[in-house]
Ligand binder design. Structure first.
Ligand code: ATP
Ligand code: MG
Length: 382
């Protein structure tokens, strides 16, 4: 079976790697160059998007910021999953908030902003501090401001006004102000839903961010109550979107209560640990769901951590001397802060995982791999 993935980054690459044993052959559409390429070899197939759409059996996506004309072509074919509504929801925070409101899934209180007066109102309504985000086009903490005092209002508005003005009547740019949530930690849930409505959900993952970017995910024992809340949110949101494929939901854990931060209609960085900690990874399950195959097992088989490799030219090969450590390189050109690869590590139990993370922390410098040593310490003393 042939599958076209919109987007030609690391997520398409990992789908390709995991699809091959199932005889699912992945081609990727590079939205920038408009070329159809092999996501591993970068081989150019010399096809137009229309030709690729006609040739493949199924179309899916590795990201949500897809140009409207591309999305329209894919939807017309009747082969596209998870569908237009889900992509639009993930790509626009105002649509996402409307879905959360409609389904009654808790998230941060907010106000949509298109003019300065709305920002002033948001400050009185939600109270400082506020997190202000572009509704369209944000990722990895980009397109965000923190408003902590009224003195910053004019300066931040000037930047926001620039973003709003760069929109058009067809593609309006809007801003959302959210109450800053004093969370204890961030977690996410990832699950797969097939076209018959069968659902398989992975255990909730704890995520550490540094400067708005995910640096470490931890899949260890998780409170049942948290698991239950995440599952409920997943069921409600996936059903409301009639979702097919893998869906990720990021949450804030506030004193044991989950609030949604955002929804990603795709495989997600915080689910990379599933390549090693489960029998069927998020990449395989996404392909299975969109290809109409039975969903695979999502149970955690062993405690696992994932460490992002950000802006580095390589992964130190010494990490491979530690048992159950695997490196995943994306083959991208090096740029400061860019997601270049990740490291997965698993162990028989949490203390052993702590020991392995401690060994990793001796190889990986703290400034490039924040949180590894602290997480090791936590697992060793818990
Ligand atoms: P992603 O790479 O996950 O798509 P993003 O750029 O879309 O990131 P968010 O996930 O919305 O942005 O925000 C990035 C980070 O900023 C969050 O993981 C969280 O740490 C922090 N943050 C966002 N919104 C809030 C909020 N309302 N209150 C407190 N912290 C927040
Ligand atoms: Mg996020």
């Amino acid at each position: 079976m042939n599958i076209l993935v919109l987007g030609a980054g690391q997520l398409a690459r990992m789908m390709s790697l995991e699809g091959a044993p199932l005889d699912l052959n992945v081609r990727a559409y590079d939205v920038g160059s408009k070329k159809i390429i092999h996501p591993l070899t970068q081989q150019d197939f010399g096809q137009t998007l229309e030709q690729a759409i006609a040739m493949v059996d199924v179309i899916t996506s590795e990201f949500e910021h897809i140009p409207d004309d591309v999305l329209a072509l894919c939807c017309q074919s009747g082969k596209f999953y998870p569908g237009k509504a889900a992509i639009k929801t993930g790509g626009d925070r105002s649509i996402e908030k409307a879905l959360l409101d409609k389904t009654g899934v808790p998230s941060a209180p907010y106000k949509l902003i298109t003019e300065k007066q709305h920002l002033v109102e948001a400050v009185s309504l939600l109270e400082l501090p506020l997190v202000i985000k572009t509704c369209q086009a944000g990722y990895d903490g980009k397109g965000q401001w923190r408003l902590t005092s009224r003195d910053q209002l004019d300066g931040i508005w000037a930047e926001m006004a620039g973003f709003i003005a760069s929109g058009s009547a067809d593609f309006p740019h809007t801003i959302i102000a959210e109450k800053m949530i004093p969370f204890d930690r961030e977690v996410s849930v990832i699950g797969a839903r097939d076209s018959q409505g069968n659902v398989k959900v992975y255990p909730v993952t704890e995520n550490q961010h540094t400067n708005g970017v995910l640096t470490l995910s931890l899949a260890i024992e998780m409170d049942n109550n948290i698991q239950q809340q995440a599952l409920e949110a997943f069921d409600k949101l996936a059903l409301a979107m009639d979702y097919v494929g893998v869906l990720a939901i990021e949450f804030f854990d506030v004193n044991g209560t989950l609030m949604v931060n955002e929804i990603a209609p795709r495989v997600h960085n915080s689910g990379h640990w599933t390549q090693q900690g489960t029998a069927c990874s998020q990449f395989e399950n996404h392909l299975r769901a969109v290809a109409g195959l039975p969903l695979g097992d999502t149970q955690a088989q062993k405690p696992t951590a994932m460490i992002n490799v950000l802006g580095q030219g390589n992964i130190p090969t010494k990490v491979l001397s530690i048992a159950d450590v695997k490196s995943h390189w994306y083959g991208k050109s090096q740029r400061a802060g860019r997601k270049m690869g990740h490291i997965n590590v698993s162990a028989a139990n949490q203390v052993e995982l702590g020991e392995k993370l401690q060994q990793l922390a001796e190889i990986l410098p703290e400034q490039d791999y924040p949180g590894v040593a602290a997480t090791a310490q936590r697992l060793l003393t818990s």
